[in-house]
Design a protein around this ligand. Sequence first.
Ligand code: ADP
Ligand code: MG
Length: 472
Amino acid sequence: SWLRICDRLKGEVGDVEYRMWIQRITLGPLDDDEITLYLPERFLRDWVRAQYGQRLQSLWREENPAVQHVELRIDKKAQRAAKTGDDAPQAEEGGGAANLSISAMANEDAAALDREEAVAATSPSMNEVRNDLAVPLDRRFTFDNFVVGKPNEFAYACAGRVADHPASPGFNPLFLYGGVGLGKTHLMHAIGLKLISRGNISVAYMSAEKFMYRFIASMQSKSQMEFKEQLRSVDVLMIDDLQFLIGKNSTQEEFFHTFNALVDAGRQIIVSADKSPSDLSGLEDRLRTRLGCGMVADIHATTFELRISILEAKAKASGTPVPPKVLEYLAHKITTNVRELEGALNRLIAHADLVGRPVTLESTQDVLKDMLKAHERRVTIDEIQRKVAEHFNIRLTDMSSARRARAVARPRQIAMYLAKQLTSRSLPEIGRKFGNRDHTTVMHAVNRISELMEQDPGLAESVELLRHMLES
Ligand code: ADP
Ligand code: MG
């Protein structure tokens, strides 16, 4: 019944709010008339109580009329377990600091827009750390220029929250993750730009690679203390593409100490990576644990709708008219990464300006010929075999083995089907890749899977999921 309540709340408040607040609730003891729900932080507890307390109570009563009261508590145990070591400060009932952020949050700042414009006009601001530690922020990467859709709305909301209220509990660190070109760097810059537009706060942004480079250089020039002091003097530290530190153990160690020093001093940390903290194997466990302690927000692969919205926004900003047909064509053809989508559009517009003729579908196909060809060649049979084997938990070698057990034969057929759908290989070529099978075997597999997909929605979903993963 708790699951049912969660489902209903999700419907009522929407995905973003749900994940930001409700999803962090864990179910505590269920007495006859009192329900206890836990949240990992005082701040979250207060917020959930204020925003959803009444609703939670009435939903529980609908499930069970005997319930008199829904109690929201801070789960100190969960919180402590999430931090490393026993020295982590415990949430004390009674401290008032967390309440501040709530009232500040209620007073949404109406002047923010004006300030953002002001920043755009006065490039490098005083507050942006401009010693040789950090990298300048790109003024184009604002929140306003970020197009929001289902795949990124949660990350966008979290980024906005941190920009408005840095270092509030529950959001520190902010960990953004997702594939290449989906907007991680854009969002980090947007946070930084918004923060410095407000003044009185120092923000440092750099890639993990740059962090390592600075760290090593400081050791070589015996200026480690300076490096540490500079880093630890900022209010907000943003490290982009943290996966770079995999296997770089001493840099990881240094980052871990910087991280702890800053968080303990109430500064905000924002990190991006291509995977979630738990999937970043190769980072030290204690670092991964701490990275997962705040808010973890994922950016999913773009949907067709989002790609269209992004293209519309960028076309509009360019001032050159681009027919909707062309935008749709691009959104269909370039599915992996927004950077490439943007690149294709820019190329079209530049070309149209140069030759003095409008953008049309024909000109698009012509101008982008090479680029689109490269895209079509992207998925290889090897990749398909690897992904499918992984998905069904069978050995890669079984893709070309003679084994005929259903548990391996079916995934093999699915891989053949996907090879036919996603690559331009002929049936005999596909057959060769699957242990020198005959082209009729491949044809049979393709037909069989098409049939099964119509009869079995579960199978159809798996295949679609695989196709999606391979294409993005
Ligand atoms: P990542 O850091 O995740 O690899 P970036 O933030 O560098 O990706 O984004 C790549 C490019 O795509 C940038 O030019 C960025 O402005 C643009 N971009 C990505 N997502 C969006 C979006 N939702 N709206 C507008 N532009 C976007
Ligand atoms: Mg990036």
